[in-house]
Design a protein around this ligand. Structure first.
Ligand SMILES: Nc1ncnc2c1ncn2[C@@H]1O[C@H](COP(=O)(O)OP(=O)(O)O)[C@@H](O)[C@H]1O
Ligand code: SF4
Ligand SMILES: [Mg+2]
Length: 338
């Protein structure tokens, strides 16, 4: 990289910045306010884990970034998604297709439905290389084998000719990772990539993602509902609740001293190795209806620390400590351990 291009890329801002994103789903039952001002950013070479219970808006945020949100029923009512400073929400359909795959790529929880069952795994990787990179059949095949090798699929030379259903769950997930890397994306979004796998395979896939991310100096957004899965790989964590980021922090500080009662509740619900057989604390109550989000702090009906002000005043996102963000009225108390 030349000095000029480094200066240019710095001037253009971070790799990805999601800024005050608002999304609604207009359904027969009413308007569901699914994203309510979501902001986060990811730098090159950084892993951001996006954490939250099912329905908190993690996937909708990812779909909006990728430009694959169902519209309708989804409507983007505000915000920006900036890729190197360029607002993708204002970009043409052609530009969005260019960025998809080669700028930002995505892998999903369910590799079986993301891969096409009627084509071999190799064909699906090679097709991208031929169409988007103009590679010959032969070069594309060679590259597909290299990619399958890189994600540690044994006998890649033979496997490349097999169909997705001939792969085990873990191997399919590896194949999908290989496919997502074909166009050398700068940012990879992994949406619950290990949720459908058993624990041992989960750990292997996480290690693989981490290794690839370090090796390629890629940005990685790891979406999960399980704090345990991301503990060792995340640099920073953004916690989502009811379509908002309620806490954002470097991973170490967040695990040491959460700055939001919801994060604390997620930590308390992790299985504990030191209390074998102990019952898990689940978070009491249910996530709110997004058609009728509670007034004040959306977490207040479930919060063990709720006070009067929480029922009326929406807590603004603020910095209770350097490098940390929380949307709890009492974040300072939590972080100082009062
Ligand atoms: N196509 C859709 N139509 C209507 N509602 C949707 C659609 N996709 C997502 N939603 C709603 O948006 C909310 C957030 O969903 P999602 O982002 O998938 O949650 P998460 O990934 O955090 O589990 C949920 O309440 C979900 O029901
Ligand atoms: S603002 Fe109040 S209800 Fe919301 S998380 Fe903080 S203490 Fe709990
Ligand atoms: Mg999801």
């Amino acid at each position: 990289m030349t000095v000029e291009s480094i200066v240019d890329s710095e001037a253009a801002g971070p790799l990805l910045a999601v800024d005050e994103l608002f999304v609604e789903f207009r359904t027969r039952d009413g308007v569901a306010k699914v994203l309510n001002g979501v902001s986060y950013r990811v730098e090159a070479g950084e892993t951001l884990a996006v954490l939250g219970e099912s329905g908190s808006g993690k996937s909708v945020t990812a779909q909006t970034i990728m430009g694959i949100l169902d519209t309708p029923p989804g409507v983007i009512t505000g915000g920006e998604v900036r890729y190197h400073g360029e607002n993708l929400l204002a970009a043409s359909a052609k530009r969005r297709r260019e960025v998809r795959g080669s700028g930002i790529a995505m892998i999903f929880q369910d590799a079986l439905s993301a891969l096409n069952p009627v084509f071999t795994v190799g064909f699906q990787i090679e097709e991208q290389l031929r169409v988007r990179r103009g590679m010959s059949r032969r070069d594309a095949r060679k590259r597909a084998v290299e990619l399958l090798d890189q994600v540690r699929i044994p006998n890649a030379r033979d496997r490349v000719r097999q169909y997705p259903h001939e792969f085990s769950g873990g191997m399919r997930q590896r194949a999908m990772i290989a496919m997502s890397l074909a166009l050398d994306p700068e940012l990879l979004i992994a949406d619950e990539p290990t949720t459908a796998l058993d624990v041992t395979v989960q750990a292997q896939i996480m290690d693989l993602l981490r290794e690839i991310q370090l090796d390629r100096h890629m940005g990685l957004i790891l979406i999960t509902h399980d704090l345990g899965v991301v503990a060792e790989v995340a640099d920073r964590i953004a916690v989502m609740y009811a379509g908002r980021i309620v806490e954002q922090s470097d991973a170490v500080s967040l695990y040491r001293q959460p700055g939001h009662p919801y994060t604390q509740a997620l930590l308390d619900s992790l299985p504990r190795l030191d209390l074998k057989g102990a019952r898990l604390n689940t978070i009491k109550g249910l996530p709110p209806s997004l058609i009728d989000i509670p007034a004040g702090c959306p977490f207040h009906p479930r919060c063990p620390r709720v006070r009067d002000v929480c029922r009326t005043d929406v807590p603004p996102a603020h910095r209770p400590a350097a490098g940390r963000l929380s949307a709890c009225h009492f974040a300072e108390e939590l972080i100082s351990g009062e």
